[in-house]
Structures are given as structure tokens and as C-alpha cells.
Design a binder for this molecule. Sequence first.
Ligand SMILES: NC(=O)c1ccc[n+]([C@@H]2O[C@H](COP(=O)([O-])OP(=O)(O)OC[C@H]3O[C@@H](n4cnc5c(N)ncnc54)[C@H](OP(=O)(O)O)[C@@H]3O)[C@@H](O)[C@H]2O)c1
Length: 252
Amino acid sequence: MHGKTWACSLLLLVTLLLGLPAVGADATKARLNILVYGATGKIGTHIVTEALNRGHAVTAVSRNPTRITRRHENLSAVKGDLLDTDSIRSLATGQDVVIISVRGVIGDSKTPESALQYIAVKNVVDTLRELGDDGPRLIHVGGSGTLEVRPGVMYADKLPRLFLPKNLELEIQGQILALQHLRAVDDVNWTYATPPKNLTNGRRKGTYRTGGDRMLQDKRGRNLVSRADFAIALVDEAESATHNMRRFSVAY
Ligand SMILES: NC(=O)c1ccc[n+]([C@@H]2O[C@H](COP(=O)([O-])OP(=O)(O)OC[C@H]3O[C@@H](n4cnc5c(N)ncnc54)[C@H](OP(=O)(O)O)[C@@H]3O)[C@@H](O)[C@H]2O)c1
């Protein structure tokens, strides 16, 4: 038997004999320590659920962790703020993956640089750089405004700005800055996971497709996925590290 296969079989046997928790359907997969910023958010709650259901150890971050009411043996709820780099350093240390799924606009400057998504990416990248090779990977939940609807034209360029709430416009632009920022980073392991333009509360179907810069469309011309299925794509990425140092997009 091949050495690695033999080792995996032995690990599986030991796991079964000792009654240790196995991860997901594949008991030979390593259990990851995953830090989730935005754990109280609409996407983040699905990410936490998906990761816990696969046996990973999740540290869920909130500025007010009493808001995290869920209880699970592999879940810790902690206080943290992406504007506070000391707190990021202390929470990121010892993690395998940091996921950012947050939104907000900081201050009154009304510039895209004030989007929390951009500030968060910069602060986390700076911190992971300090942690060096032993530091965790970053997976950032990005914005569909960065997707191309045709070559050289982003979805954000086509949105009717006049009717967009100002903060949403700043966040869309901030997500573009976040992607530009990451694309210039070559010393921290990052991934920009891009949702489709329509995220739904539909059921977890267990299916999704991945693409690159171009906006994916289903047979009916729609670009959508449920938050539950987007979370599957995120945790698959955490486990597989398929899109290191690049962006990928998700849709049905
Ligand atoms: N079609 C699209 O492109 C699309 C659609 C939806 C969302 N998104 C993206 O997906 C991401 C998540 O969106 P969502 O709708 O799930 O967000 P959401 O439900 O509004 O949740 C926002 C989260 O941000 C956290 N947060 C805010 N300020 C923070 C800070 N200073 N430090 C740490 N955490 C902070 C909040 O945590 P606490 O309040 O508990 O601290 C909350 O969990 C965003 O980046 C958004 O741009 C994209």
C-alpha cells in the first residue's frame, strides 16, 4: 500500500477506535481552526453552521459576543473588532483560516476608503504578514460589483448610482479597493470569494459552481446562490485552499 494511503488508513482506524471526532464525510480531513469575522451576519451565520457541521473548530467574532447565542462544543464566541489591530493579532494567532464577512462604513469621509471591507482587509493582511509563514490564510467575502459583465466592464459600473443608498455605494467601491489591495499582496495567503449579485435565503441544496472574474449565469440568465450554498463554497475553500492568491466567484 502507498505510504500516505497507509498512514491515512491508520489515522482513520485510530480515530474510530478512540472515538475521536471526524471531520465531515471524509474522516481523514484535518480539523481546521477557523476564525470568522461577521459571525452574527447574514452570510457569517451560515459559514459558522457549515464549518461546525463539518467538525471544524470555529471562533466566532462579534463586537458584542453576547449576540452569539448558539452553543456547540466546537464553537467559541469572542469579542473582536477589525478596527483594532491588537485584537486581530491576538485572535488570529493559532488559527488556520481567517474569514472576513463584514460590512459597514467608518467615519463621515464618504470615500470608498472608509468601507469596512477595505479597512478590514488591510488590517488583517498587515497582521497576517507579522505572523509570517505560521500565520493563517485569509478568505475574504467580496462583492459582486467586482465581477465583469463583459470584458473590461464591472457590474459596479452598470449600477444606477443615483438610486443606490450612499453607504451601499461606498461598500461596493470599497470591495473593489479590497480586491485591488489583495491582488498586490504576494506575502500573505489570501483568497477573495465573490458572491453572486443575488444572495437568497433559499435552502441548502449542496450545489454551486465556481468561476473567475466573469459573472456566472444559470440557464435562465440569473446570477444567484443561497447563502447556505455560498457558505458551502467558503468552507470547501477553507478545506481545499484551491484559490490561493486569487479571486473566485460562486453561483448556481
Ligand atoms: N451581492 C453581493 O455582492 C453581496 C451581497 C451581500 C453581502 N455581500 C458581502 O458579504 C459580506 C457580509 O455581508 P452580510 O450581508 O452577511 O453582512 P451583515 O449581515 O450586515 O453583517 C455584518 C457583520 O459585520 C460585523 N462587523 C461590523 N463592524 C465590525 C467591526 N468593526 N469589526 C468586526 N466585525 C464587524 C458585524 O458583527 P457585530 O455587529 O456582531 O460585531 C456583522 O456580523 C460583506 O462584505 C458584503 O459586502 C455581498
